[in-house]
Design a protein around this ligand. Sequence first.
Ligand code: DGL
Length: 273
Amino acid sequence: MTLPENPIGVFDSGIGGLTVVRQLLEILPHENIVYFGDTARVPYGNKSAEVVREYAVQDAKFLLSKGVKLIVIACNTASAVAMDVVRAHATVPTIGVIEPTANEAIKLSASKTIGVIGTLSTINSCAYTTALRAADSGVHVRTQACPLFVPLAEEGLFDHPATDLIANEYLSSFIGKVDVMILGCTHYPLLRSAISRALKGEVRLIDAGEATAKSVQELLSQRGLLNRQKTKPLLEFYVSDFPQKFNDIAEKFLGMKLEFVRKVQVRSNGEIG
Ligand code: DGL
């Protein structure tokens, strides 16, 4: 039985989903959270849709084994290509980042000209374009895959000349063409300043984590599943490799000590545990 005190399950290809966790902690500070970061198989963003779909179902099954009340697919790539299969396997509601973010972008765009940046797989899937057009058929969408942004963020080069150079290369053609830009990848909020500089500060940036966290709040409230216990939440983080590295980055990023970070194994049959 699903109870309000059951945790929210969040999965991502690695550390990037912490951008979603940070937003969840901000607006839902009493929710218990179980996070799975697939650090052994990251990145998902340049893998085929077929492989990402397989991984996403395995990640979701792991979260379900932890008794989660809701699954959040924090990874844009997995949300873009695997939403349907995860939903088909999940016995609890599932939220991806695409729809909430697209809806938020439509709300905030005055000229209905919206930019989307993401991994190769996310951009090739056209998932954001489809969701934006479903929300407003008259919207103009301009997209760009930015495959070098993930390694730059992973290396911590948030404010570095190399990042500015690459951001200019990817983004200069958006200036004057869009008024809102979707940061359609978990890592891009970490490069927010560089992205904003490349866009000359003229474009409003939409963080997928923020829009998704709001959507989680709405869904839990509608279903009477908001945790009523106001105690310190239990936060459990599982990763498939490099738990110490994950711990160090996560503590810095979330600004708190993590009491529970554990490595789990991805077995050859795809079972995680
Ligand atoms: N989490 C991925 C996303 O949001 C970025 C990292 C990766 O390629 O796995 O698309």
